[in-house]
Design a protein around this ligand. Structure first.
Ligand SMILES: *Cc1c(COP(=O)(O)O)cnc(C)c1O
Length: 452
């Protein structure tokens, strides 16, 4: 008979942290495998911490989103938001599925080109496009989404110099009933800035006005906001058509759909309450179809969905460093994954599962990261079974933003693997090393020596 696992008895203190009517939830199933591959095997081969990406989940989620829109609207195009996760392997899964690239800097632009994306299928957003960036984008016939008047005038100047007609759209911001309003990017709809910019573009005769763009916010919990936005975009497109007899080729509704993560302080889990792709698709496509566009003149609908397409495909495996009690007796577990790797733990209560079977005894626990920094907390309160030193946990839905906003602080960034559809794992980003970090540093000659 196998020896039973020993767990020391505990006296449970009643906690009063944010209970809801269902009580606090415990993760009762261990996450021992990801897409059929044992977590322990992954840790043995690639070490801990480890990011794991499921190719199968990316493709499945993308196809769900694509279907929600293309069953409701005739012309739909997705553009992968590079900043959400610009690992080349990840971008290429989206490109294989048919996604264009949506970039917000010269660096991201070049990454898309290097990945093999045709310049005509790169959407260039963001407030900081340098003259060099703009030249590159004009040369490659990319879709440039103008953020401010200074950029507009630079592009007009470049068009003259390069003797080319750049393809442009403007970014529009607007009141969609969601506050605070994101009005720092682009031109405002309500106060006439957007209309003014459009007139300036058409009148200049130097640029080709191909589209209209908006990105109303992120992690939006209201599908209706997109309906309001789509009506306002249609109004601008129809206004241009009426005044100049010029047809806008596309309306780009940006990103911002919420993923299934749970925002901190939310009463119910995000997977139960956040709008679905069908909800967002219904809101946007109904608004466009119900507007005054003739059925055969409906513009292409572009979507730059980021987090909602990749969050669920990402996992972060971590290991227990130690268990401890705080001065008031509260249990804490120190993990080797902290806010340096899990930026989104500032916003979400990530679901965290033990990676091995456990007994039924659970306790409210604070999960700390490994950093020597007081704010390194990845869950302020999670009801978890006892975890022993050396055991693993799996953090769910970490595919968006963590692998781009991570910090090289105190520790180095870990390996990232992708599990393909056949269950084979591939290293897609190597962990950092002393050598890779020091590669960028230079020590002046007079500082090379010291005596202690
Ligand atoms: C960040 C960003 C996106 C993606 O946003 P999500 O909230 O991740 O869907 C799309 N478009 C623009 C312009 C962005 O800045």
């Amino acid at each position: 008979m196998q020896k039973q696992r020993y767990e020391r008895p505990v006296i449970k203190k009643l906690e009063t942290n944010m209970p809801n009517k269902f009580g606090t939830k415990t993760e009762y199933t261990p996450k021992t495998h990801i897409d059929g591959v044992a977590v322990k095997e992954l840790v043995k081969e690639y070490g801990s911490p480890l990011f794991v990406i499921s190719e199968k989940t990316i493709r499945k989620t993308y196809r769900e989103a694509k279907k929600a829109f293309s069953t409701r609207y005739p012309k739909v195009q997705f553009g992968w938001s590079y900043k959400t996760n610009y690992l080349s392997a990840v971008c290429n899964v989206f490109h294989q599925e048919g996604s264009w690239a949506e970039v917000v800097s010269g660096f991201e632009y070049q990454k898309a080109l290097l990945n093999g994306v045709d310049g005509k299928k790169i959407i260039f957003n963001g407030p900081d496009k340098t003259v060099d960036d703009l030249e590159m984008a004009i040369e490659n016939d990319s879709l440039i989404h103008i953020d401010h008047l200074d950029e507009l005038y630079t592009i007009i100047e470049l068009a003259g110099k390069m003797n080319k007609k750049p393809k442009v759209a403007i970014r529009v911001n607007m009141d969609t009933g969601i506050y605070p309003m994101w009005d720092r990017f682009g031109f405002n709809y309500e106060n006439g800035q957007a209309w003014d910019a459009l007139n300036k573009i058409v009148r200049s005769e130097k640029l080709e006005l191909v589209g209209l763009h908006t990105h109303i916010g992120t992690f939006m919990l209201s599908a209706n906001a997109y309906s309001v936005a789509a009506y306002k975009m249609a109004d601008l497109a129809l206004g241009i058509q009426k005044k100049y007899n010029h047809e806008i080729k596309y309306i780009d509704m940006g990103g911002g759909f919420s993923s299934k993560n749970t925002l901190k302080g939310a009463y119910l889990p995000g997977s139960d309450t956040n709008p679905t792709f069908d909800d967002f698709a219904e809101a946007i496509t109904s608004a466009l179809i119900n507007s005054d566009f003739k059925p055969d003149q409906l513009p292409l609908l572009i979507l730059e969905t980021g987090r909602a397409l990749i969050d669920d495909a990402g996992f972060l495996i971590g290991s227990v460093i130690s268990n401890k009690r705080l001065a008031d007796g509260k249990r804490t577990t120190i993990l080797d994954i902290g806010v340096n790797l899990l930026f989104t733990s500032f916003w979400y209560d990530h679901k965290i599962s033990p990676a091995q079977p456990f007994t039924q005894y659970t306790e409210d626990t604070v999960l700390y990261g490994p950093l020597c920094m007081n704010i390194d907390v990845i869950r302020e309160n999670a009801n978890l079974p006892l975890l022993n030193k050396g055991e693993q946990v799996v953090v769910h839905s970490v595919g968006a933003y963590n692998m781009t906003q991570w910090m090289q602080f105190i520790t180095l960034r870990p390996n990232i693997v992708m599990i393909d559809e056949k269950g084979k794992h591939h290293l897609i980003r190597e962990k950092e090393s002393m050598e890779s970090i020091n590669h960028f540093e230079k020590v002046p000659e007079h500082l090379k020596k010291f005596e202690l």
